[in-house]
Design a protein around this ligand. Structure first.
Ligand SMILES: Cc1ncc(COP(=O)(O)O)c(C=O)c1O
Length: 402
């Protein structure tokens, strides 16, 4: 473990580093393994004695030196006790939730969570677990929503698509007093910009598919725990058969080494583009907490040290689906594709009202989610400017034809 006093930049480079265990090579080998051979029965029995299968090698699904290095690195960066790698970000979320719930429980989930997280929470009804969605801006008001059977509160900050920043310390302090577990999706910020465990959370989940891996070339997830939450989470991961491919884990570890420089560049470029978009006639709103004036700006300034390259824009309500689709198809640098957190710029239509509590999203204009990649920001502006100009022209010619 690198000393806590070391600067975060140094920790990004060195976290989980164990060259002395690998003949001096700085990166761990990629262990593609299932079977572990023992020299005798006693050592086989010793390795199986730990129900959490933590330290001694037993079987590939329980981890290898490659996954151990990734888990160690992320644990150090998030300031946790231990981490569990999973095959995807969604698997990290579902495993973390399953670690704590049982039939008869009630869970509170932010209304702004990633759609697939929401679908999983909805599916828990089949197992007798009730999910209630709360306003992401609830802050300390979460106290009024807790019931005697509330087991956990799930947060994602900022929220998917609409980017509301949650008051994590206010929520976690209420929950801690009432013995309610808090789980935070920290995919957007990564530990470079926010460390929810330091804000009182019990568990942090990541889609490492995004910035941690950073090159759009793997699917990976991770759960970082405190000492109290590690046992239930690791045990759930074992029962659910969680594991991750050796190459994906390696990509995650490799991505961490350059996470700081990449994220700073995403931040700078996204902020510049977001400010520019605010001035465009076609755009009615930019949803990005790094912008002064955004409803989450003050909380973001308090709890985050930077902003990722992902935000949304709301177009003026008079642009229809056909014209917006045509604009998206004409963009040259912004690819029409899901996911985010890679080096490339992406844009997708994202309708928040399709998966929110009825009435909670009232904006009439079409919403586009934008990921600002590492291309030259002036080129990106030119690409969007051409698309927006075309959008206006298409709209004008349609009006003229009426
Ligand atoms: C905020 C957030 N969390 C989790 C996930 C799920 O990640 P994965 O695709 O790695 O399962 C996503 C995917 O887009 C996401 O945006």
């Amino acid at each position: 473990m690198i000393h806590r006093q070391t600067s975060f930049e140094t920790r990004l480079v060195r976290a989980g580093w164990e060259p002395h265990l690998q003949e001096g090579y700085i990166n761990p080998p990629v262990y593609r393994s299932s079977t572990v051979l023992y020299s005798d029965v006693a050592s086989m029995e010793r390795s199986q004695a730990d129900p959490l299968r933590r330290d001694l090698p037993t079987y590939g699904r329980f981890g290898t030196p490659t996954s151990r290095a990734f888990e160690l690195a992320l644990t150090e960066l998030e300031g946790g006790y231990a981490a569990v790698v999973t095959c995807s970000g969604l698997a990290a979320i579902t495993t973390a939730l399953m670690a704590f719930v049982k039939a008869g429980d009630h869970i509170l989930v932010s209304d702004s969570v990633y759609t697939s997280s929401r679908r999983f929470c909805d599916s828990l009804a089949a197992f007798g677990i009730e999910t209630e969605y709360y306003d992401p801006r609830v802050a300390g008001g979460i106290a009024d929503l807790l019931r005697p059977n509330t087991r956990l509160v799930y947060l994602e900050s900022p929220g998917s698509t609409t980017f509301e920043v949650q008051d994590v310390p206010a929520i976690t302090s209420v929950c801690r007093d009432r013995g309610v577990v808090t789980i935070v999706d920290n995919t957007w910020a990564t530990p470079v910009f926010c460390r929810p465990l330091e804000l009182g959370a019990d568990v942090v989940v990541h889609s490492a598919t995004k910035y941690l891996t950073g090159h759009a070339d793997s699917i990976l997830g991770a759960i970082v725990c405190t000492e109290d939450t590690y046992g239930p989470v690791r045990s759930a991961a074992i029962r659910l058969g969680q594991t991750a491919g050796a190459d994906d884990v390696y990509m995650g570890l490799r991505g961490i080494r350059t996470l700081g420089v990449r994220l700073r560049q995403h931040h700078q470029q996204a902020l510049e583009l977001a400010r520019w978009l605010q001035e465009q006639d076609e755009v009615s709103q930019v949803l990005y907490p790094a912008l002064p004036g955004d409803p989450g700006h003050e909380l973001w300034r308090r709890d985050f040290s930077g902003a990722a390259g992902l935000f949304s824009i709301v177009l003026n309500p008079w642009y229809g689906k056909a014209e917006v689709d045509a604009m998206l198809e004409r963009l040259r640098l912004f690819g029409l594709g899901h996911s985010w957190g890679g080096y490339e710029s992406l844009i997708v239509p994202a309708d928040p009202s399709a998966h929110r509590l009825p009435g909670s999203w009232q904006e009439p204009g079409i919403v586009l989610r934008v990921h600002v990649g590492l291309e030259d920001v002036e080129d990106l502006k030119r690409d969007l400017a051409a698309g927006l100009r075309q959008l206006s022209q298409d709209c004008c010619s349609e009006l003229a034809a009426v």
